[in-house]
Design a protein around this ligand. Structure first.
Ligand SMILES: Cc1cc2nc3c(=O)[nH]c(=O)nc-3n(C[C@H](O)[C@H](O)[C@H](O)COP(=O)(O)OP(=O)(O)OC[C@H]3O[C@@H](n4cnc5c(N)ncnc54)[C@H](O)[C@@H]3O)c2cc1C
Length: 450
């Protein structure tokens, strides 16, 4: 009897959960008859919500990178990036990390390739901005920020020093808000370590006037976290302001240059750091598949099946999954939905082999949490608005419960961060050219760490 093969493309929130659910749902006795293959460019699942903590030196990078081989024992991992799918022949082609191409046949296919940075046609942005989407970007940003603070401290020219101490984040969604909130705390700590006057003052608790790093958070929307509950937005705004972040709602940029950014108000902000968190669009593979899309995402039904291809499913950020709790709408691009869709896809894939019953995807939003660094957070679990240390506790507890591994290591890093100063060492592992903002070509966008 020939072995059936289920191929899952992408090991993010949706793909990881699908593989895990599927391997747990299929009975042991059929493991020899049904092979589960996961194709992903890296050998880890990235827990993206904690990436701002990696960029700000609180968590070590491997804490948020959960080994696929170590946590998915009955799943075969194929390292590679899928470039095309032949739906008639039921095969896909991929390129492995060493540039070799390969082909895989499938009986069932699940597409969970997620999303990439969204660019806007603003002059200079593609050349001078850096996105914030994966591990290379987080590590690049951590080093870059470290370097700017060190160079600012050594600069003789006060204008150059001020530009190097200025960091502009565009996009006040949860990613941009968290990056700015953590970034201000991180750079304050770094600047204190570099400050000559501060050290003389013993421990450098207060930075001398003019040496404090400046973070700006811009968004065209009238408030931060525009897509979330207004109360979360107010809490986040208050915390950011108190921390010293220059929050500019209703503001965007007209142009970016190597010397700074021109705001739409006409103000020029000298800076060497433009961090682009303007949003996401589905992975470029989605467009190349030739399947029907809605808002750039693959059209699927409530069982996550691609119309006209009963053996193909899709979910997560890459798919336009009907939101049965809000008829006529599709589910937002969040980890909360991707995780649950992945589980549904895993169960439905098992059902397609006769194990269990297929179910439609339906999930009521459980609220959102935004970690603002220190003991601050804004959260509304089950629609209950929380702020301050309680929100922070709930947020961290939620992240720990949601991570499929490395929990003790994350806890240990949090504990160390509470009692020890941040480490200001640059590792120089990621060069700026290996984290381009434009991701129209997936191979280029994900060039591995040099
Ligand atoms: C910094 C940051 C913070 C976030 N914080 C939150 C949060 O707090 N709460 C929340 O709900 N959401 C959050 N999100 C959004 C959330 O991470 C996404 O909605 C979620 O990752 C979507 O899951 P996914 O499985 O669809 O895609 P992803 O998690 O993006 O996974 C896609 C996977 O597919 C792989 N892939 C892509 N193309 C190919 C290909 N051609 N071949 C093979 N593999 C491929 C990718 O490498 C990746 O491993 C955050 C996002 C970011 C960037």
């Amino acid at each position: 009897m020939s072995r059936s093969r289920i191929v899952i493309v992408g090991a993010g929130f949706a793909g990881y959960q699908a593989a895990r659910t599927l391997s747990r749902t299929l009975p042991r006795t059929v493991r020899d008859a049904v092979e589960i293959v996961l194709v992903n460019p890296n050998d880890y699942f990235l827990y993206m919500p904690l990436l701002p903590e990696v960029a700000s030196g609180m968590l070590e990078p491997r804490r948020v990178s959960v080994s696929l081989a170590g946590t998915l024992p009955h799943v075969r991992l194929v390292l590679g990036e899928v470039g095309s799918v032949d739906f008639d022949r039921r095969t896909l082609r991929y390129v492995d990390p060493e540039g070799r191409s390969g082909e895989l046949g499938y009986d069932r296919l699940l597409l969970t390739v997620g999303s990439v940075n969204k660019l806007l046609p603003i002059p200079g942005v593609a050349e001078h901005a850096h996105g914030f989407r994966g591990m290379p970007e987080a590590l690049y940003l951590r080093d870059h920020v470290n370097r700017q603070i060190a160079l600012a401290a050594a600069a003789d020219d006060p204008e150059e020093a001020a530009a190097r101490r200025t960091f502009v984040v565009v996009g006040a969604g949860y990613t941009g808000t968290e990056v700015a909130a953590h970034g201000q705390m991180f750079t304050d700590a770094l600047a204190r370590q570099h400050s000559r006057d501060g050290q003389r003052a013993g421990g450098g608790r207060r930075l001398p006037e003019g040496e404090r790093p400046r973070w700006m958070l811009l968004d065209i929307a009238p408030r931060v976290l525009p897509e979330l509950d207004e109360r979360l937005s107010e809490t986040a705004h208050r915390v950011l302001r108190k921390r010293g972040v220059d929050v500019r709602p209703g503001t965007s940029i007209k142009e970016a240059t190597s010397e700074g950014v021109l705001l739409d108000s006409g103000e020029f902000v000298p800076t060497r750091s433009l961090i682009w968190c303007v949003g996401v669009r589905p992975d470029p593979l989605v467009k190349d598949l030739g399947l029907e899309t809605q808002q750039g995402r693959l059209v699927v039904d409530e069982y996550l099946r691609v119309p006209g291809h009963p053996e193909v499913m899709a979910c997560g950020d890459a798919a336009a999954v009907p939101d049965l709790t809000r008829p006529g709408e599709i589910t937002p691009m969040t980890a909360q939905h991707a995780v649950r869709q992945g589980k549904t896809a895993g169960r439905n894939l098992a059902a397609s082999f006769g194990y269990g019953a297929s179910r439609p995807y339906k999930h009521h939003d459980l609220g959102f949490m935004v970690d603002l660094g220190g003991v601050q957070a804004a959260a509304n679990p089950l629609k209950v608005p929380l702020s301050g240390p309680l929100a922070n506790l709930v947020t961290r507890g939620y992240h720990l419960a949601s991570m499929p591994g490395n929990r003790i290591r994350v806890l240990a890093d949090w504990a160390l961060d509470a009692v020890l100063p941040r480490q200001a060492a640059q590792l120089g592992l990621v060069r700026s050219w290996s984290v381009p903002l434009e991701s129209s070509s997936p191979e280029v966008a994900r060039t591995p760490v040099s």
